[in-house]
Design a protein around this ligand. Structure first.
Ligand SMILES: [Zn+2]
Length: 144
């Protein structure tokens, strides 16, 4: 087994189970970005939609009788509505974990946006480097 991949040597046809580390990282990053996009939409919707709409949507999404005991997310919608009004104490009262969850979601959204931004810039500079290596300065409308 090399350092560039994980080989399922115990499996029949082991080469079929070989996973390139770069592919695995790219897949994990893509999954994280997709989940971050979904979480970012939920965060933005919770903050930007009218409070009545947020409460109505939350009631629609709640499965009746899904849980008989309070769970970690109980009160989260009301906490979200309190947060958007700047009522930190009200948010913490509705759900003690809401402030931590909000901070984590916000930080994750910023990090995901930063990764997309950085990779977009780097992809552009990689494209320019390849163009310059080939003695060109532009492909289509893209100029370096
Ligand atoms: Zn609950």
């Amino acid at each position: 087994m090399g350092t560039d991949g994980i080989r399922g040597s115990d499996c029949p046809g082991g080469s079929l189970w070989r996973i390139d580390v770069r592919d695995a990282k790219a897949a994990a990053r893509l999954a994280w970005l997709v989940l971050s996009l979904a979480a970012g939409f939920a965060l933005a919707a919770g903050l930007l939609l009218p409070a009545k709409t947020v409460l109505r949507l939350a009631a629609l999404l709640a499965a009746p009788g899904a849980h008989s005991a309070p769970c970690l997310l109980c009160g989260m919608t009301h906490a979200w509505v309190a947060l958007r009004a700047g009522d930190l104490a009200g948010a913490a009262k509705a759900n003690a974990g809401s402030l931590v969850l909000f901070a984590l979601l916000a930080a994750n959204s910023v990090a995901a946006g930063g990764v997309v931004f950085y990779r977009t810039i780097r992809r552009g500079s990689d494209r320019c480097r390849r163009l310059k290596e080939n003695g060109k300065t532009a492909i289509g409308r893209h100029r370096c």
